[in-house]
Structure formats: C-alpha cells, structure tokens
Design a protein around this ligand. Structure first.
Ligand code: GMT
Length: 378
C-alpha cells in the first residue's frame, strides 16, 4: 500500500506513535509518506520506503497567523495525487483529520482517511466549543477511526454522541535495543534510587505532583529525580526545586531523543496526570522493567495493572503516591518483581507486530469500502 501519515512533530505520544507505525509499515514493504510541520523526533536516520514532507504555511499580511490546516490539506492533496497514496492516516484529530477530509474532497474521493484519536483531541481541546463541531465531523466522515484505549472510545461516544464503530487499537512498544544506561553515574550517586518523569510539562501532566511525591520519597530513602522534557510548567517546577533546596537532587534534562538511556537506570516512573488516554511514556518505562506509580485516570488502568506493574493512586493525592513509591523503593524484592511483571506485560501485551497487523487490517477494510456508520449503534 501507499500510505500517508500526518502528525505533529512534537516529542509527545501522538507523534511518536505515528512515526513508529510508519516505520513498522515501511519495514513490511509499504511505501510511507510522513507529513508534519517539522521532522518528527523519532524519524532519525534514513529509513527505506519512508519520505518526509514538511508542511509550511506561508505567511500573508492579511492572515492572523498562517492557516496551518489549509496548508496541511494542500500538502496532503499534492502528495497523495503525486505519489498515488491510497490512505491518509491522521494522528490526532485537530487538524490532521479535518485536513485529510479536505484533501479527500480535493481528490474527488480518491483517498481514504483513517483517523487515530490520541487523547486531548477528545478530552480537552476536542470538547472545547471552538473545535467540537469540526472534531465531530472528522469522526463522522473518516473512513475508519481508531482510539488508543477503551476509555478514549467511551469518552468519544459520551462527548460527541457518535463513535460506536471506533476500533480500539492500543499503542505499542519495541523491545529496548540496549537496556544499558549511558548516564547512570551522571544522574545519581550509586546508593540513590532514580525516579523519572517524562512529559511535555503541560498542566495536564501535573508536574508539581511529581515534585511533591519526590519530596515525600527523599525524606525516607536516598533518591534523585530526573525530569525529562520541556513545556509550559517546567519553569514553575524548576524554580520550586531551587527555592526549596532540591536543586541538586532534581535534574531537569530538557527534551531528550534517547529516553532509553534514562529509563535503563530508573527505579521508578511517576505519571500523576489529571487525564491520560493511554500513557505511552509509562509503557515505555515498563518495557525497560521500570515499575510505575500513576494517577488512576483515563486509560491508565488499561496499561498499568494495579499491584502488579506498579500502583495506581487517586489523582492529586501526593501522600498516596509518595507512600506507593516507598513501598516499591524500600523493598528491593517488590521492586524487582514489579519491574519484571511490567516488562513482560509491556513487551507481551503491547508488542509491535500484533498492533501493526491491526492497522494494516483497518487499511484493507477501508480500501474495500466496508466502513460502518459512526453513529452510536451503527
Ligand atoms: O493528547 C495529548 O495530550 C497529546 C498526545 C501527544 O501527542 O502526546 O498525548 C496523548 O496521546 C498519547 C499517544 O497515544 C497517549 O499516550 C497520551 O496518554 C495522550 N495524552 C493524554 O491523554 C493527556
């Protein structure tokens, strides 16, 4: 097949999933064209059968900001027509799915649109009145729609009143190439436990809960916290740490391409988000044998099994998260058992091949034109 994949080029999960799906499809012999405002971080090195198309919205004095959605739709139509694409797979509804529908119109229907819903495109931005009607249109008119968790499918039906035929295709993770850390000595002294958080530091990630959980841990065990990523809430968290004597114990690394090197020396991963449709960062930690303490929100319980792969706590309850973290860190046997359980669960139940099989099957289904109506009950 000749497949277009449209995504954001952020370090966030939707761009990671889109790129990893593209790489897996190309490895299976499909021709893949990735469209994004910049080179996605996981598209490093030359990959056979993958072309990258940068989407640039040209400025014009009349525009208040350049219309990215129109530029994206134009690029999709151009690439699809020139390379004979059969499918455009939009990752994150806004505006990738709407742009794909416009491209399909421009090509008089000669392009099938598959949309993958990732999270806040439904739960936060998508339900905002300024976007809701267009997200609803995207879900109704796509030839196929997938959601990364059962929770996200249910939220879509609840919010938009449609989506019964959405297929739940979870995210996946690869077996780590080298589970050996290159930075353990730099991150923490030998006798210290290493706690890790990786995110885009947006309010939904509740990064201050990570810091407050760490404060509770460090009172009882020697520990260091590694904060990987960047975003709007980093400055507040970093300032708090400097002002509360945590400057030398909490390391803010900023965005990192090689998160594996940090995860390979982690003892615990923290994910206290207010909402999380899936929690890909936690799944990646689990693949490295790292147990997780997370808020029991959204699709997180579909990924992390309470008491087996880590602990799930009420959102915002940093006392509970601190206690859960200590239960793991103060008992080396529990830490090892949970880490191994998490690793097996991640690499077994979220393995790449069966998930990519399902995307391929979805493409074949929409190419045959057997899409069910998106209406509830349809
Ligand atoms: O929805 C977002 O916040 C953006 C998105 C992203 O691009 O990082 O994250 C979502 O998609 C990931 C990949 O499917 C999921 O693992 C994240 O849980 C989800 N984020 C939220 O639901 C907050």
């Amino acid at each position: 097949m000749r497949i277009g994949i449209s995504c954001y080029a952020t370090f966030g999960g939707s761009g990671v999933v889109a790129t990893e799906v593209g790489k897996a499809l190309a490895a299976r012999g499909h021709e893949v064209h990735i469209l994004s405002p910049a080179l996605p971080p996981r598209l490093v090195g030359f990959e056979d059968r993958i072309c990258f198309h940068e989407v640039t919205a040209s400025p014009y004095p009349l525009f208040e900001g350049s219309p990215f959605s129109i530029a994206l739709a134009s690029k999709m139509a151009d690439v699809a027509s020139h390379y004979g694409l059969e499918i455009m797979h939009a990752h994150y509804a806004i505006p990738h799915a709407n742009a794909a529908l416009l491209a399909r119109m421009a090509l008089e229907g000669n392009l099938k649109v598959v949309t993958t819903l990732h999270g806040t495109d439904i739960t936060v931005v998508g339900s905002d009145p300024s976007y809701l009607p267009m997200v609803k249109l995207a879900i109704r008119e796509s030839d196929g729609v997938t959601a990364v968790s059962r929770y996200l499918k249910e939220e879509t039906i609840r919010t938009f009143g449609l989506g019964d035929s959405i297929e739940v295709i979870p995210n996946f993770v690869r077996t780590p190439e080298s589970p050996v850390s290159k930075c353990r000595d730099w991150l923490a002294p030998k006798d210290c436990a290493v706690l890790v958080h990786i995110s885009n530091f947006r309010p939904v990630k509740r990064v201050m809960d990570v810091i407050h959980t760490f404060e509770r841990v460090r009172k009882n065990v020697p520990a260091r916290l590694v904060m990987v990523g960047d975003g709007p809430d980093r400055a507040e968290a970093e300032t708090y740490c400097r002002e509360h004597g945590l400057g030398s114990e909490v390391r803010f690394t900023g965005k990192q391409l090689d998160v594996g090197s940090v995860l390979a020396c982690a003892d615990l991963f923290l994910l206290p988000s207010a909402t999380e449709s899936f929690g890909l960062a936690a799944l990646e930690a689990m693949a490295y044998g790292v147990p997780v303490v997370a808020a029991a929100v959204g699709g997180v319980p579909e990924v992390i099994r309470e008491g087996l792969d880590g602990f799930l706590c009420p959102m915002g309850d940093v006392d509970a998260m601190g206690a859960a973290a200590l239960r793991i860190l103060q008992e080396p046997c529990a830490r090892a058992r949970m880490g191994e359980s998490a690793r097996k669960h991640a690499l077994g139940d979220f393995a790449e091949d069966p998930v990519v099989d399902r995307y391929e099957a979805m493409y074949e289904k929409v190419l045959k034109g057997t899409r069910k109506s998106m209406a509830v009950g349809g």
